[in-house]
Design a protein. Structure first.
Ligand SMILES: NC(=O)CC[C@H](N)C(=O)O
Length: 222
């Protein structure tokens, strides 16, 4: 399996994401946001966390207009995998590849700590390595993690089993305590907590490693 990690000015989890992909067996290429093409044969595109363009305008809004985004959209529209973590989730929402928006945390504070999440569905190639309802611990580090969407969108996400992760306790005001969602074809995952920062026991929790391992396995089986 081959992964590409997009790097924006202000990305700060790009290398963490590359390390997590590599540990799961992926070949990884780093791709500068001004590039217009993804490397040949990429299976999954990772949109990393950070503070792209200093979080000006809205988090992810400027990055979503970067030249590489057309290639990202084409990859996803052709059925390719994508994962957006934290700022990467914000970018995916701003591109329209996932529905909804992320607003300022309800408490108006930056939140940086490990949090407990429940795995809401195992019916995706990101979450198939967990058991349904399993509690995992990933860190969060964000000020704009308050997920909002229209009631119709939230109802569709729930009805279609597209809520991938939920905060076990209200963290930031997100509707339905939603922490991560899947695209309609279940091949794009956006989430605020950081599995790549929880992918090695040396980091305090290795709960995130199963996500990358499941994705690698799905590719091998395909
Ligand atoms: N760790 C991150 O990716 C930060 C995300 C975003 N810039 C925020 O603070 O909301």
């Amino acid at each position: 399996m081959k992964a590409a990690v997009i790097v924006f000015p202000g990305s700060n989890c790009d290398r963490d994401l590359a390390v997590a992909f590599r540990a799961a067996g992926f070949d990884v290429d780093m791709v500068w946001h001004k590039d217009t093409e993804l490397p040949q044969g990429v299976d999954v595109v990772g949109v990393p966390g950070g503070f792209s363009f200093g979080d000006y305008l809205r988090c992810g809004a400027i990055a979503a207009r970067s030249p590489i985004v057309a290639a990202l959209k084409a990859h996803v529209e052709a059925g390719g995998y994508g994962i957006g973590i934290c700022n990467g989730f914000q970018v995916l929402l701003e591109t329209g590849l996932l529905p909804g928006a992320l607003m300022r945390n309800a408490g108006l504070k930056f939140i940086c700590k490990p949090v407990e999440l429940s795995v809401e569905t195992t019916a995706s190639d990101f979450t198939s390595g967990y058991s349904a309802g399993q509690t995992v611990t990933y860190p969060v580090a964000h000020h704009d993690g308050n997920y909002v969407a229209t009631p119709e969108v939230v109802a569709a996400l729930e009805a279609e089993d597209r809520v991938a992760f939920r905060y076990c306790e209200d963290l930031n005001g997100s509707v339905g305590r939603i922490a991560g969602i899947l695209s309609e074809n279940r091949r794009v995952l956006g989430l605020m907590p950081h599995p790549e920062r929880a992918a090695d026991p040396a980091l305090g929790t290795a709960d995130g490693a199963a996500l990358f391992a499941a994705l690698a396995k799905a590719g091998v089986a395909a």
